[in-house]
Design a protein around this ligand. Structure first.
Ligand SMILES: NC(=O)c1ccc[n+]([C@@H]2O[C@H](COP(=O)([O-])OP(=O)(O)OC[C@H]3O[C@@H](n4cnc5c(N)ncnc54)[C@H](OP(=O)(O)O)[C@@H]3O)[C@@H](O)[C@H]2O)c1
Length: 363
């Protein structure tokens, strides 16, 4: 997400780079069983650190709250190591450089990186690359858009749809979690690429927004009744589903599998319906998988970080869509680091409307 022309951005945003007296942090206290509660977190306060040679001190402005955080709280093997008990909770975010002894970063630069749920992130010299610290260009999008369409969720939607989905004009693309961060990008991008976009989301308000504001062709409210998804897919995908972008897993994945078109592609992006399973029970697997055989279809998982080297191409394309109005973005901002535990849970109750962001400092 770097942009070398970004050094002037901070001067135009009037971001306060003064460091406070202390650094409030949220640490993982214990691993959850089922949904996380406040008991799973420990709040600590430390002195604001100073960077050593080659290091950078970043003042956190806004953090990305992601469903994946729930997975990082679990023990066990995944695509990334679990957060250790007692460690500051991992989180990506946008901040402003408050002190720097690194030649590539100056005080006032607006940056993206793995900052953690804390007011100040000290990034030592040997962690600058690992934490993905890069300057962001606020000329391309706002801070919250850099956590949404131009950030990790947007990259997920872009590469999942484009690289794995391989959309062709006239095809029907169905995306679950349609009003969320990844979903809003997928549906709009599908339309831009000449496809029909059908969303699946919880509640009429989200469905109305997806159709009326984002221009999806249709949206199915999966909370409208037990057969809502099945009936909705039948009505809105008369020739079947060419691409199913799955953010939720469970029953909705099964309903989509039952309606595939010949040579369909299914992108396994996430399965939020399964993340809070009690006793870490394994995710419910697809029952209708033989539809892959019948329809010569393929189902493929993706991890966005595999595409890190190609983020600039997606950022260039999507920022142009934001500028010319072909793509819109919606972020749902919760203020205050102290509200982190409850804010995170909004993802699992569907209370977030758009990309969920935790604002840690004014900007
Ligand atoms: N593979 C990757 O590299 C990658 C990267 C980023 C994200 N992801 C995955 O992408 C998915 C979406 O992430 P996001 O950041 O865009 O989150 P999001 O969609 O902004 O927020 C989560 C949404 O999930 C829906 N949801 C929650 N519980 C549900 C359930 N039981 N059944 C159906 N829907 C449910 C809610 O929307 P409703 O109100 O519509 O229910 C909620 O708003 C997640 O599964 C995440 O893990 C994967």
């Amino acid at each position: 997400m770097s942009n070398d022309n970004a050094t002037s951005t901070s001067t135009s945003t009037n971001i306060n780079i003064n460091t406070g007296a202390s650094n409030r942090q949220v640490r993982l206290a214990k691993r959850p069983e089922g949904a996380a509660t406040r008991d799973n977190w420990q709040f600590t306060t430390e002195a604001v650190p100073e960077p050593g040679d080659g290091g950078v001190l970043v003042k956190t402005l806004s953090l990305s709250l992601d469903p994946a955080m729930r997975g990082w709280m679990n023990e066990g093997k995944s695509y990334i190591a679990p957060v250790e008990i007692g460690a500051v909770m991992r989180a990506g975010g946008v901040g402003v450089v408050a002190a720097s002894r690194h030649a590539g970063f100056a005080v006032g630069d607006v940056v993206y990186g793995t900052l953690g749920v804390q007011e100040y992130a000290l990034v030592p010299a040997d962690q600058v690359q690992r934490s993905g610290l890069v300057k962001v260009d606020l000329g391309l999008g706002s801070i919250t858009q850099w956590l949404n369409v131009l950030g990790m969720p947007g990259m997920t939607g872009y590469f999942g749809l484009m690289d794995i989905g391989e959309p062709k004009p006239g095809e029907t693309v169905v995306v679950s979690g349609a009003a969320g961060a990844v979903g809003q990008t997928v549906g709009q991008l599908a339309r831009i690429k000449g496809c029909r976009a059908v969303g699946i989301a919880g509640g009429q308000a989200k469905c109305d927004w997806v159709v009326n504001e984002l221009g999806f062709d249709a949206c199915i409210d999966y909370k409208a009744g037990p057969s809502a998804v099945r009936e909705g897919l039948k009505a809105h995908c008369p020739k079947g589903i060419d691409i199913y972008f799955d953010n939720v897993g469970g029953e909705i994945l099964d309903a989509a599998l039952a309606r595939l078109a010949r040579h369909a592609r299914i992108i396994i992006c996430g399965a939020i319906s399964q993340y809070n399973n009690a006793n870490s029970a394994p995710a419910q697997g697809p029952k209708n998988y033989l539809s892959l055989l019948v329809n010569r279809a393929r189902m493929q998982g993706m991890v966005v970080f595999d595409y890190a080297g190609r983020y600039p191409e997606a950022i260039a394309e999507m920022s142009a869509y934001l500028k010319d109005g072909r793509m819109k973005s919606r972020e749902d901002v919760v203020e205050g680091i102290e509200n982190f535990p409850e804010a995170l849970n909004r993802l699992f109750s569907g209370q977030n409307f758009g990309k969920l962001v935790l604002q840690v400092a004014a900007h």
